[in-house]
Design a protein around this ligand. Structure first.
Ligand SMILES: [Zn+2]
Length: 388
């Protein structure tokens, strides 16, 4: 079906009545909009209506020429834009942060402190966004209005008789809950680290999660990396406790190891490209159940024997074999401490982000709803219709 695009540029006088002194003043405002439809008759009027709607909803930043007040809708529009950006940044940061976590790009403890630091910055930015007050110095605003009149960007229609104030404070009513949410978010981000310190669990660098106890599974990354097509690799993993006698482990106290077992051989021909990715080799170690290992340091010999594809052309590929091995110690904590640490970690982070999101949403809504001025009048000046 044919698409018709209407375009309209509308110019109008927008007249405000000042909220404090009752002065009527006006300025020229211009908005253009396009409108897409399948009906050729509706294209241009549609665009015209959209442009008129934009003029009704938007205001220019023009202080009252008599008392200097920037009207609530002018401040509201500015504030709402600020809060919309804060809302967008809050969501984008939460997504980026989750990706960093999933990729094990940083240690767990570093990440929760990072979330907290970002929370402090978020709080300060929100606070500054609210406390900026365009009506703090009304004498300065009157001077600005005089300049705008000289530049023919503002006109006094009829002076009012209301009071001329020195300064008008900004309304922050109803925003208290948002501040409380932002502060509580700071406290819940490091929940896992608080729980770990209170419970006396040991922290093991380079393990994900860094806390492990009997019955837990934790991942260790070898220093060695392998380069392969699309980052494909697979391996067979093994784990051997070296100080088994000292630990007094029996036959039933088995450690298990697992690693990636990707079935890439079937896919390789359809995806054959010279697309090499460097990947870190990892091993997932399961610790045996039971109280016995609580608080002990286990020396482990970890090994992965693997292979990875290297494609040379559409018809040939090599399989590169590799072997990663490390001797590493891990200090175990109470049974299932790792699962609890991880649950607290994600719980704290997600709750923190949720609170930040709700706070930003609340502030946005307040800015939209609270700052409404007196009704305005719109007188269109001329039109330049154009449709294609
Ligand atoms: Zn005024």
């Amino acid at each position: 079906m044919a698409q018709y695009v209407g375009y309209a540029n509308v110019r109008a006088w927008k007249e405000h009545t000042c909220l404090t002194c009752g002065t009527e003043f006006r300025y020229r405002i211009e908005r253009s909009r396009t409108f897409r439809t399948t009906n050729p008759e509706a294209a241009q009027p549609g665009a015209h209506n959209l442009a008129l709607k934009a003029i009704a909803e938007h205001s220019e930043q023009r202080p009252c020429p008599h008392c200097g007040l920037y009207q609530p809708e002018m401040i509201g529009a500015k504030r709402r834009t600020k809060y919309l950006w804060l809302l967008v940044f809050t969501v984008a940061w939460a997504i980026l942060f989750t990706i960093l976590c999933e990729a094990h790009a940083f240690q767990y403890d570093a990440l929760c402190w990072l979330a907290m630091l970002a929370g402090v910055i978020n709080f300060l930015v929100q606070y500054i966004a609210v406390s900026g007050n365009a009506n703090r110095d009304m004498a300065r605003n009157r001077k600005a209005a005089k300049n705008l009149i000289d530049e023919e960007r503002l006109e006094l229609v009829e002076a009012g008789s209301g009071p001329i104030l020195k300064s008008v404070p900004l309304s922050v009513a109803g925003m208290g809950t948002a501040w409380v949410f932002l502060i509580v978010a700071l406290a819940v981000f490091p929940l896992a680290e608080v729980k770990r310190r209170v419970s006396g669990w040991s922290y093991n660098e380079n393990w994900y999660p860094p806390v492990a106890g009997p019955g837990d599974v934790s991942r260790y990354y070898f220093k060695q990396k392998v380069e392969s097509m699309r980052g494909y690799w697979r391996g067979v993993a093994s784990v051997k406790p070296v100080n088994v006698e000292k630990l007094g482990l029996g036959e039933h106290d088995q450690f298990f190891a697992a690693t990636k077992s990707e079935l890439w051989s079937n896919r390789i021909w359809t995806e054959a490209v010279e697309d090499y990715v460097l990947t870190t080799i990892y091993i997932d170690v399961s610790f045996p159940q039971g109280q016995k290992l609580d608080g002990t340091t286990v020396d482990l010999r970890l090994q992965v024997d693997g292979d990875a594809p290297m494609v040379h052309s559409r018809t040939t590929y090599d399989v590169v074999r590799f072997k990663s091995a490390d001797d590493i110690s891990i200090k175990l904590s109470a049974p299932n401490a790792g699962k609890q640490y991880e649950a607290h970690w994600w719980g704290g982070i997600m709750l923190g982000f949720f609170l930040q999101f709700i706070a930003a949403l609340t502030l946005f809504h307040k800015a939209s709803a609270q700052l409404k001025g007196l009704p305005t009048r719109i007188d269109p000046i001329e039109e330049t219709p154009d449709s294609a």
